[in-house]
Design a protein around this ligand. Structure first.
Ligand SMILES: [Zn+2]
Length: 92
């Protein structure tokens, strides 16, 4: 899937990739494909309370404390949990 201005759009190349992934993941590995918006602010959003901290945009900030719920996050682990929550399973 392609995204333009944060909105999903479909194109021919995406459909080719989708068909390839469907066959590879479902037939050979029995997995479900999930796709997340690449522009979703997963690093900046607290996975506990959902509050956003725009100071985390700086890539050198590796650990931060949520100003709302005071939970301390590892940047990558927090982003991974948010991606898990926002990713949409694709029906092949
Ligand atoms: Zn929080």
């Amino acid at each position: 899937m392609c995204y333009k201005n944060g909105k999903e759009r479909r194109c021919r190349a995406c459909n080719v990739v989708r068909i390839f992934l469907r066959k590879t993941l479902n037939i050979w590995y029995w997995r479900t494909l999930k796709i997340a918006d690449p522009f979703a602010p997963t690093s900046q959003t607290c996975h506990v309370c959902g509050a956003m901290n725009t100071e985390v945009k700086n890539l050198q900030v590796r650990q931060w404390t949520c100003p709302s719920c005071h939970t301390t996050h590892d940047r990558d682990e927090n982003a991974a949990r948010n991606i898990e929550n926002v990713a949409i399973p694709i029906v092949m």
